[in-house]
Design a protein around this ligand. Sequence first.
Ligand SMILES: Nc1ncnc2c1ncn2[C@@H]1O[C@H](COP(=O)(O)OP(=O)(O)OP(=O)(O)O)[C@@H](O)[C@H]1O
Ligand SMILES: [Mg+2]
Length: 285
Amino acid sequence: MEAMRAVQILNPSGEVTMPRPERTRVMCVANQKGGVGKTTTTVNLAVALALHGNRVLVVDLDPQGNASTGLNVPHHTGVPDVYDCLIEGVPLADVAQPVEGIPNLWCVPATIDLAGAEIELVSVVARESRLARAIAAYPGHFDYVFIDCPPSLGLLTVNALVAAQEVLIPIQCEYYALEGLNQLINNINLVRQHLNPRLEVSTILLTMYDRRTRLADAVEQDVRNHFGDKVLQAVIPRNVRVSEAPSYGQSVMTYDPGSRGATSYFEAAQEIAERGVKEPVSRNA
Ligand SMILES: Nc1ncnc2c1ncn2[C@@H]1O[C@H](COP(=O)(O)OP(=O)(O)OP(=O)(O)O)[C@@H](O)[C@H]1O
Ligand SMILES: [Mg+2]
């Protein structure tokens, strides 16, 4: 069974495909709570979609550079990065790097330079829409652009919300999971009113689910009651293979494609892809 799952996930023959959207779906992966699985979700969904026939760009918008690390893309000081695009107006295409071993996947890395951007952006013209402009000007056609946000609601996250049509919120199945979510939703509403009317929360993903605890189950019920069908059926279990993968510069998809972590991210990606062709982005959050 595990071997069969692994073959389906790695898809060496290219036989298994996930439907491609008609237009580029720009998805902002956000939650100002730290450590809820934003980066893990970004990296694994991006790899899963790219392995199944989609062209995908990951924009690392977190000065921690975790998405760049997870995709094994160089991001030491001096590497052209998303900071150069936001502050200096360098085209995204000049800084995007192909992800080794995964055809059809590119990454715009973040270096430590980005740490200054939150403050430097304040005095830049059109400071909220720098990323939106950069993505719109990218000549390559992508099916998906995933933006990995930092754990804050500052100008970097605002840039991601202005650039995206969809917000994907990973929610960790733990106590306090919903605390602070109102603040995120309020910010999304403000951005929709003033800067980006097409923005919607399209997807909620439950992460680090530990089925041994009753708490995880209670959080899942709460989230499903509150967000209804925005919540993906696929739930990501707490799985040690998922947390090991980044130290090998890999996603769990390639690191251990037979693992439960890989299977569940594969299922989540499939659901996202299927929703994208069924219901064009039009609902309100
Ligand atoms: N399903 C999982 N099972 C086990 N560990 C996980 C899982 N998902 C994420 N982790 C681990 O939890 C930690 C936090 O995950 P991640 O970095 O994706 O969160 P984040 O929301 O991006 O954090 P930050 O807010 O700092 O950007 C990491 O060490 C990661 O490897
Ligand atoms: Mg992160």
